[in-house]
Design a protein around this ligand. Structure first.
Ligand code: 2PG
Ligand code: MG
Length: 433
């Protein structure tokens, strides 16, 4: 056993310029593990609380209370514990805060600590983090299939369009490098088309273009045009992926598309999205209905679950119990894994395995507020068989995750790239493609 000798939190700043929590875990032999908490803008109501100070200073976003959790209770409890027993460390953190949303310690305090412990254990084992994760959890590592944003929307672009993420995936690529190349072409083609049509307002929170579209569907049409301008046949090597983030524009089965001045109930939203699935090469769709719309999610999955990946993000908040419940309900067929939604590494991994047991897809994901921390590139590779969503193809807090995968590729081998996901077979390489 190698004991944790100190746990220390400090305030650093994220990609939106907001304060966040960084934690250093130092072992007896001086080995260091470090991680930084990310922060979401479109947050599920059941995810771990991002503990902020409130008040006027720093727009209420100060993290001194979260830092007190790290430097007080958490530090005192973790000192002397075995760094290689991630489950015990995370249990000890949970024992300090029995509230379901971790509102006493703060999910930002717990996630940065938990991930820093994982880094320290890997450094102690003298393994790259992805290798340590694979060995520790008994997984076969492989490079993930990226999901990359081209336009931002919703809470990430001043709600200029209602739908949050317009993304591409390149399941037909032979390796991770090829995904990056194709993405570069599509991303800049999209920017050129938007600029020439007077639809480009800048760059949104996750590095995707900030659009000035007149309808949500205009985004889809422009994305198809960008894929074609990049020399690709939409639905062939490149497919579309959407995060509807429907909780952001609807509650209790009532939705409002502000851009189009349209009110709709759950059934009408599902019909509209079904029409998009027919008209565009969409292979994956996240949170198609609101987090509180269980009948809607069951209905959406019944109608479209055999032809498209349906990811629960706000709907499942990286919670294994909610995944198991959704499996029983036949709602969704994939889960988004955001470590800070759960609040600890162990709970996130439990959720990953709950999804895998059900034969579901799993997409490890960044948040809209990010940093230079690239832990998730290692997690998704180490757990294997997965997908990775980190935002767009611009801004270093995004590129650091893609670039880390390229470094991992050099160690692990390009042939381990996951590529086409069976859930995408309908569009990828099908008669529609
Ligand atoms: C999401 C994420 C990332 P946020 O909804 O999937 O796009 O956004 O971090 O704001 O919750
Ligand atoms: Mg989402």
């Amino acid at each position: 056993m190698t004991a944790i000798s100190s746990v220390r939190g400090r305030r650093v700043w994220d990609s939106r310029g907001n304060p966040t929590v960084e934690v250093d875990v130092v072992l007896e032999n001086g080995v260091l593990g470090r991680a930084i908490a990310p922060s979401g803008a479109s947050r599920g109501t059941r995810e771990a609380i991002d503990l902020r100070d409130g008040g006027d200073a720093l727009r209420g976003k100060g993290v001194s209370r979260a830092l007190s959790s790290v430097n007080g209770l958490i530090s005192g409890t973790l000192q002397g514990m075995d760094v290689t027993d991630q489950a015990a460390v995370d249990r000890a953190i949970l024992n300090l805060d029995s509230s379901p949303l971790k509102d006493a310690l703060g999910g930002n305090a717990t996630v940065a600590t938990s991930m820093a412990v994982l880094h320290a254990a890997a450094a102690y084992a003298q393994k790259p983090l992805w290798r340590y994760v694979a060995d520790h959890y008994g997984c076969t590592p492989s490079l993930p299939l990226p999901e990359i944003q081209i336009f931002g929307g919703g809470a990430h672009a001043g709600r200029r369009v209602d739908i949050q993420d317009f993304m591409i995936m390149v399941p037909g690529a032979r390796n991770f490098d090829e995904v990056m190349e194709v993405t570069n072409e599509v991303y800049f083609a999209a920017g050129d088309i938007m600029a020439s049509r007077g639809k480009l307002a800048g760059v949104a929170d996750e590095g995707g273009w900030w659009p000035m579209f007149d309808s949500n569907e205009e985004a889809l049409e422009t994305l198809v045009a960008a894929i074609e301008k990049a020399g690709e046949k939409p639905g062939d090597r490149v497919v579309i992926s959407l995060d509807i983030a429907a909780s952001e524009f609807g509650q209790n089965g009532k939705y409002r598309l502000a851009l189009e001045d349209r009110d709709m109930d759950s059934g009408a939203l599902i019909d509209m999205l079904g029409g998009w699935l027919d008209a565009y090469p969409i292979a994956s769709i996240e949170d198609p209905v609101g987090e509180d719309d269980k009948p809607g999610m069951i209905e959406f999955t019944r109608r479209f679950g055999d032809r498209v990946q349906i990811i629960g993000d706000d709907y499942l908040v990286t919670n294994a119990a909610l995944v198991n419940e959704a499996v029983a309900d036949s709602a969704c067929n994939a889960v988004l894994i955001k470590v800070n939604q759960a609040g600890t590494v162990s709970e996130s991994i439990d959720t990953f395995f709950a999804a895998r047991m059900a034969g579901w897809g799993a997409v490890v994901s960044a948040r809209s507020g990010e940093t230079e921390d690239a832990t998730i590139s290692h997690l998704s590779t180490g757990l294997g068989g997965g997908q990775l969503k980190v935002g767009s193809f611009q801004r270093s807090e995004r590129m650091v995750k893609w670039n880390e995968c390229l470094r991992i590729q050099d160690e692990l081998g390009a042939e381990t790239f996951v590529g086409g996901n069976p859930m995408m077979a309908t569009w990828w390489g099908s008669e529609r493609g």
